[in-house]
Design a protein around this ligand. Structure first.
Ligand code: TPP
Ligand code: SF4
Ligand code: MG
Length: 277
């Protein structure tokens, strides 16, 4: 009997045979969308450097993707990614990390590199919680939710990460859920090709620390809920803020052309050095 090999198997490191993700975790769907996007663009992993912070979602490329990957400190992947882009501008730089890593401890790196429009793709796995460390409330946890650190419910308003990054000035921003694997793949393809800071928020299930502990149920139930709550940008535009309060607005939220910082620095260096010589 011939062995059936997954078409994306060739992107995986041959000596890594197990995963750190729990069964049902949305990270697998996101990992597959990333690899499928690279495959459909006809690119190879040699075209990329991946960077991650700390958290379950930081384990998406490392050690599984057969690619150069920097698994950095908590909250700092975007700072490392900027350094890589400055030194290796011909490489595509992709950050995958969590809502806590990118939106809490790493929040300033996120907004300032969006403002600078540094060319990199940031995939933010937003599971609404600190998954890896036991289900503590994150800045994205829905108001009133009972978590490991808020047994009587959260009392903080959550961040809308995509809105934050749009306000900061990023040139491409999209939001999808793990229910939207195909649309997510299409947006990742656009993000990779974008000359600028591209940010994709993936609303994703953590069935272990979120689903089980907050009463949101299994991975399947959480994805079913994503499907029911999702609304397109077009539909959302016709409704009031109050009407879309509990909905997940999905789609490509921003796609614009603005100067990219690394390229601008290189142009300036050329100009200044040219004037001196
Ligand atoms: C400086 C520092 N502070 C705190 C931690 C502990 N820590 C590791 S991962 C994490 C949160 C991860 O949450 P998130 O980024 O949302 O990723 P997830 O596990 O949910 O995918 C925390 C608080 C750390 N490793 N380093
Ligand atoms: S704890 Fe949650 S986010 Fe982490 S691997 Fe398990 S299901 Fe995924
Ligand atoms: Mg998280």
């Amino acid at each position: 009997m011939s062995e059936i090999v997954h078409p994306l198997h060739r992107f995986l490191r041959p000596n890594v045979t197990s995963t750190t993700n729990c069964p049902g975790c949305g990270n697998g769907i996101a990992a597959q969308a990333i690899l499928r996007a690279i495959d459909e663009l006809g690119m190879t992993l040699d075209d990329f450097v991946f960077v991650t912070g700390i958290g379950c979602s930081a384990w998406i490329p490392s050690p599984f993707f057969n690619v150069d990957v920097l698994h950095t400190t908590h909250g700092r992947p975007i700072a490392f990614a900027l350094g890589i882009k400055m030194g290796l501008p011909h490489k595509k730089v992709m950050v995958t990390s969590g809502d806590g890593d990118l939106g809490a401890i790493g929040g300033n790196h996120l907004i300032h590199n969006a403002r600078r429009n540094v060319e990199m793709t940031v995939i933010c796995l937003n599971n609404g919680i600190y998954g890896m460390t036991g289900g503590q409330a994150a800045p994205t946890t829905p108001l009133g939710l009972k978590t490991a650190t808020t047994p009587y419910g959260t009392f903080e308003n959550p961040f809308d990460l995509s809105a934050l990054v749009i306000a900061a000035g990023a040139s491409f921003v999209a939001r999808w859920t793990t229910h939207h694997a195909r649309q997510l793949t299409a947006s990742i393809k656009k993000a990779i090709q974008k000359k600028g800071f591209s940010f994709i928020e993936v609303i994703t299930q953590c069935p272990v620390q979120f689903g089980r502990k907050t009463g949101s149920g299994s991975a399947g139930q959480m994805m079913e809920e994503y499907k029911e709550r999702s609304i397109s940008t077009k539909e959302a535009a016709k409704l009031s803020k109050e009407e879309i309060r509990d909905r997940i607005v999905v789609g490509e939220l921003v796609d614009k052309e603005i100067p990219e910082m690394v390229e601008e620095i290189r142009k300036m260096n050329k100009r200044v050095m040219g004037e001196k010589s």
